[in-house]
Design a binder for this molecule. Structure first.
Ligand code: BTN
Length: 270
């Protein structure tokens, strides 16, 4: 996709770079951040050969049907607010999907977007700390977002078929490449504009209100998977809310309330 197509749809200020193929937009941007690349650079690729997901997983990144993008921020925020960047990106991605008629997009804590019961967006934020003085906070943050825009005719590979979905089904995929590129550019531009508006007021955390409205989990029973052990805990917990620091607030069967700041949950049907 030509970067001009994105730029002409943008209302906020970003430096856009578009590539045909990269290993991982996150990895490239992290490397360039270490070399001093400027704040607010966005890198977009048609496909990734080593797309990365959370917890060491890979991210399926074929050509044509998806958006693979990362942006570099040099935020003047304390490290403990880095989680907010991911939540802000989730809200921005959900709004962009809704804006192009692909929703309703719902957010599954902490950073997945679901449409029609399937995961359509994954977000991976990676941060670097100031080498000279880590207490100075973040040197940079790279926010990477992968969006499955259309399902392929043959569907997703068997190993992710149960979970992965797309914003639009195969039948809604425009036949002409220019039309597909135009829609992808609109999604990217809406996402960046939305993120920009939130980012300007990140510490006020007002966007967390939208995060809660779009939450897939509030009111549901879930199983918690610890991020360190990747193991399911046996007891289900009830999600009673999401706090302003993007923490999941859960209640166990004895009524004890806990705030989870990291990890992953799976929705338990009752
Ligand atoms: C997840 O769901 O576990 C997170 C997936 C994040 C994927 C995106 S695609 C663009 C950027 N580059 C990567 O290698 N990963 C992120």
């Amino acid at each position: 996709m030509e970067k001009e197509l994105i730029i002409e749809n943008l209302n906020s200020c970003w430096k856009v770079e578009a590539f045909q193929e990269v290993t991982s937009t996150n990895d490239i941007l992290k490397q360039r951040a270490l070399e001093g690349l400027e704040d607010r650079t966005v890198l977009i690729a048609e496909r990734q050969t080593k797309g990365k997901g959370r917890m060491g997983r890979s991210f399926y990144s074929p050509e044509e049907n998806g958006i693979y993008m990362s942006f570099l921020l040099r935020p003047l925020i304390p490290p403990d607010q880095a989680l907010l960047l991911t939540s802000a990106a989730a809200v921005a991605a959900a709004r962009a999907i809704d804006a192009v008629g692909g929703g309703p997009a719902l957010i599954k804590w902490v950073n997945d977007i679901y449409c029609r019961g399937k995961k359509v967006v994954g977000i991976l934020t990676e941060a670097g700390f100031s080498k000279d003085d880590p207490s100075q906070g973040l040197d940079y943050a790279v926010v990477g977002i992968g969006i499955n825009v259309w399902e392929a005719e043959e569907g997703f590979p068997p190993e992710i078929r149960d979970i992965a979905g797309a914003v639009f089904p195969w039948e809604k995929r425009p036949g002409r490449r220019e039309e597909r590129d135009r829609l992808k550019a609109q999604i990217i531009a809406r996402l960046l504009d939305s993120f920009d508006a939130i980012y300007k007021q990140l510490p006020e955390k007002q966007f967390m209100e939208i995060y809660r409205e779009k939450s897939l989990l509030i009111g549901k029973n879930v199983m918690v998977m610890s991020s360190t052990h990747q193991k399911m805990k046996s007891d289900p917990v009830h999600v009673i809310g999401v706090g302003d620091n993007a923490e999941l607030i859960v209640q166990d069967q004895e009524g004890k309330v806990t705030r989870l700041f990291s990890g992953e949950v799976s929705v338990r049907e009752i």
